[in-house]
Design a protein around this ligand. Sequence first.
Ligand code: GZL
Ligand code: ZN
Length: 306
Amino acid sequence: AGSPAATGGGGGDKAGPIVLGFSQVGAESGWRAANTKSIQETLTAENGFDLKFSDAQQKQENQIQAIRSYISQGVDVIAFSPVVETGWDAVLQEAKEAKIPVILTDRAVDSQDDSLYVSFIGSDFVLEGDTAGKWAVEQYKGQGLKIVELQGTTGAAPAIDRKEGFEKAIAGSDLTIIDSQTGNFTRTEGKTVMEGFLQKHGDQIGMVFAHNDDMGLGAIEAIEAAGKKPGVDIKIITIDAVKDGMQALADGKINYIVECNPLLGPDLADIAKKVLAGESVQKRIVVKDEAFDQEQAKAALPDRKY
Ligand code: GZL
Ligand code: ZN
């Protein structure tokens, strides 16, 4: 059965491993692969866990199904990265009634009732968008730069928040977004959407703002196929700072990347142990992100862990 109520109901040292059910968004990007690796490498038997892991292929109904199966298995704790912000209250209410604490990693839910989860571990996506926008204004103001935006998954917290942060940062400057469409955080869709932008807007496009490296890398393929130089003819700013993105940045095909740290395994393990020991835990753990221009990427690449 589920563990005692998360808010300090008894807890105490639990005999045997902590059975943790994790519902992952999917395997859509380099970031996601690094995030999954961090979770699977940290929540191991030797670290006191029995990890049940499921991949939802970016479908909310698969995540809800996985969470329901963890509840019926009577796991000790549930953790997940919600593919979109809304539509979770019912299943989280069921976990609460089963007295199984829920930890959010990476992405947030927009539930009004924040008793439905014990902690949310993830980056500040609005700040990521703001950092990207501020750099763009610093570097390119005064040229009337026209931007096309490759949005992440529609309804996902990182897509909503990165857009918000970027738009606020460029407001009042002469940089403008002339088109914006979701590429669902994947390289393939980023390429397809960019091909459409190039057909529609051609030489007007001065910059691509992509909500993750993978869509930016897809855009590079489309830009090169159109005979233009990415990072030169069309500037590119992305978010994540995974290895492939950082290599393209070092190679001059991307101009700036704001990091989104995927290594959430250690924080997740720590919070899960605390909750089951009946200790109080931080409601919100903000993961620190850096940002890189081309020179900084060259220097950082050798030490990058993902
Ligand atoms: C951000 C994460 C996003 C990444 C994408 O924390 O949710 O999802 O930026 C990934 O690469 O697909
Ligand atoms: Zn929101």
